[in-house]
Ligand binder design. Structure first.
Ligand code: NAG
Ligand code: NAG
Ligand code: NAG
Length: 271
């Protein structure tokens, strides 16, 4: 296993995903078409076709597809996520999740899709009933203006999520074959409700820790509002890393049969 890690600087987010190494690119026994009925590039109902393909594909792929370079994603094991949002505002914290499991993404229900194959552009608006991050945390900083420090087991649950997802790529030619190299990904979320449990806060001081957990849960929507930008950035990077390998090993013509490759160019946010 190898780790892929990317660091950004808005809110500094570092996401590491265990990657499926080797095999994938050399081994073309498995194709995306084995999991999803491919959608023809000139299908007049292309958006609906892709929406249906996502719905039928997610449960089949949740356990991972080694030959597509896709690791199991429900649960998704994430060796490390760092959310670093230090600043002078009401939030200033560095929160690290180590060896966490992310549970629930296979409940993703796309309700509206926009695909522009010629620009390698994908936009998916969806709902997600529940998403849970379970694992060890380490935190230092403040939230709701209150100091926060500790490390230990944690459970972070979000319910009734509206998740809007845009990603796009650019053509990349290898061995005379054209692939889509994903270059950008932006996830925007609205979270209905949720809960958070951080065990062993304040060096194990139970009274302070229980009190802090109570405050965070009573004010969950404010807590979420404070960390949402960093959370969205984290998810954007996490899920870009997850799906990029599929596009990297599958010829673009196999994803959208019938596409005129001479008309394909790089995507952007204003497609
Ligand atoms: C997704 O939702 C956003 C925000 O409501 C909207 O601007 C966009 O047009 C929607 N995209 C699709 C494909 O429906
Ligand atoms: C790549 O494709 C071009 C044009 O289709 C062809 O002339 C060339 O021989 C191919 N090269 C390889 C290595 O297959
Ligand atoms: C949390 O919410 C309670 C009531 O819901 C409120 O009284 C309190 O001021 C809030 N705490 C913080 C730190 O925002």
């Amino acid at each position: 296993m190898m780790e892929v890690c990317r660091v950004f600087s808005v809110a500094i987010v570092c996401v590491c995903l265990a990657a499926v190494t080797s095999a994938a690119s050399k081994n073309n026994r498995v194709r995306v078409g084995d999991f999803a009925s491919a959608c023809k590039a000139n299908d007049p109902e292309l958006n609906e076709c892709v929406r249906q393909a996502i719905i039928t594909t997610i449960p089949k792929m949740a356990k991972g597809v080694r030959d597509l370079g896709l690791i199991p994603f429900d649960p998704l094991k994430v060796p490390q996520v760092v959310i670093d949002q230090r600043g002078n505002g009401p939030v200033g914290l560095k929160l690290t999740f180590v060896n966490s499991e992310h549970v629930g993404v296979s409940g993703l229900a796309p309700h509206s899709v926009k695909v522009v194959p010629e620009r390698m552009y994908f936009e998916i608006n969806s709902t997600l009933p529940k998403y849970r991050i379970i694992g060890d945390y380490e935190v230092e900083g403040r939230i709701l203006l209150l100091p926060l420090i500790g490390n230990g087991p944690s459970d972070f649950t979000m319910n009734n999520i509206q998740l809007n997802w845009i990603f796009f790529g650019k053509p990349e030619v290898r061995n005379n074959k054209t692939y889509c190299k994903l270059t950008d990904c932006k996830i925007r979320m609205r979270i209905g409700s949720g809960s958070m449990r951080l065990d062993n806060l304040f060096n194990g001081d139970k009274r302070l820790g229980d009190n802090m957990n109570r405050i965070m849960n009573e004010n969950f929507s404010e807590v979420i509002r404070e960390v949402l930008p960093a959370l969205e950035e984290t998810f954007s990077q996490l899920y870009l890393q997850l799906i990029a390998p599929i596009f990297a090993v599958t010829r673009y013509e196999d994803i959208f049969p019938g596409i005129d490759m001479s008309k394909v160019s790089a995507g952007s946010y204003d497609v």
